[in-house]
Design a protein around this ligand. Structure first.
Ligand code: CA
Ligand code: CA
Length: 258
């Protein structure tokens, strides 16, 4: 008898492969390993997309300043309206171009899409939705309306919690007198304009804070706070805003103001 024959005789089942029990145990272990890998990967993707959104939004703040610097009478661009409008030049929804009334010099809306085509910035956030843009008329008016000066005051408030009146109230101010704010409705997208369908995503199920950012009760207030997955209070919006002092500083340095 050869050594090999001896081996096979002692272990007659070895050549027939794995038993069902062995396969079941292997699959169970594999499931645990893949599960452990996938959860952090999903979290990593969320983090990466949020950071990318922040990067794009900070670029937009810079583009807003650049836009103001290039105007004869410095001003911020108007939002691109996300609904309604007469159509045609300066009044077409969701075309990325700012919408204004050339007779009055006023913006058609003060809360709409970032005018991505006017500014040459990103048209959509990493989740395929439009960036929202709020602007104070005193900063976006063009002639013959009164244009921006060093005494212009922003009317947008950034609050750490939902405002209960037209002010943030208490100790919840993050920033006051803000000329312009940009926000992404985040991964859950509650209240966002979808960039491919140009329809607004429902706010059903949005937390109080997210609902405020999706139009809400106080149209000139936005909520900026830490992200949370808390049931009923989930918040994944990303908010940036233009400091009036940074804007004024840059315009004065370039001799555009006073
Ligand atoms: Ca437009
Ligand atoms: Ca959100």
């Amino acid at each position: 008898m050869t050594r090999s024959q001896s081996f096979h005789n002692k272990h007659p089942c070895r050549q027939q492969g794995f038993t069902l029990i062995e396969i079941a145990i292997s699959l169970f272990i594999l499931t645990l390993v893949i599960g452990a890998l996938l959860i952090p990967l999903a979290t990593q993707t969320d983090e990466r997309q949020a950071r990318e959104a922040e990067r794009l939004m900070n670029e937009m703040l810079e583009a807003l300043i650049g836009y103001a610097l290039t105007q004869t009478q410095p001003r911020l661009p108007c939002p691109d309206r996300s609904s309604g409008g007469a159509g045609g030049t300066n009044d077409t929804a969701n075309d990325g171009l700012e919408d204004f009334n050339s007779t009055t010099g006023l913006c058609q809306v003060t809360d709409g899409n970032i005018p991505w085509a006017t500014l040459g910035v990103s048209a959509a956030d990493p989740w395929g939705n439009r960036f929202r843009y709020l602007v104070t008329p005193a900063f976006s008016n063009r002639s013959p309306a009164t244009t921006m000066s060093l005494t212009s005051t922003g009317t947008i408030k950034v609050c750490a919690a939902a405002p209960t009146s037209t002010t943030c109230g208490g100790t919840t101010y993050v920033a006051d007198n803000v000329p312009a704010a940009i926000l992404s409705h985040g991964k859950n997208g509650f209240g966002a304009m979808n960039a491919s369908s140009n329809t607004q995503i429902s706010t059903t199920g949005a937390s109080t804070h997210e609902a405020e950012n999706a139009g809400g009760t106080y149209t000139e207030s936005v909520v900026s706070r830490t992200r949370t997955d808390a049931t009923g209070a989930a918040f994944d919006d990303i908010v940036v805003w233009l400091s009036p002092n940074v804007l004024f500083s840059r315009l004065v340095a370039a001799n555009k103001l006073p």
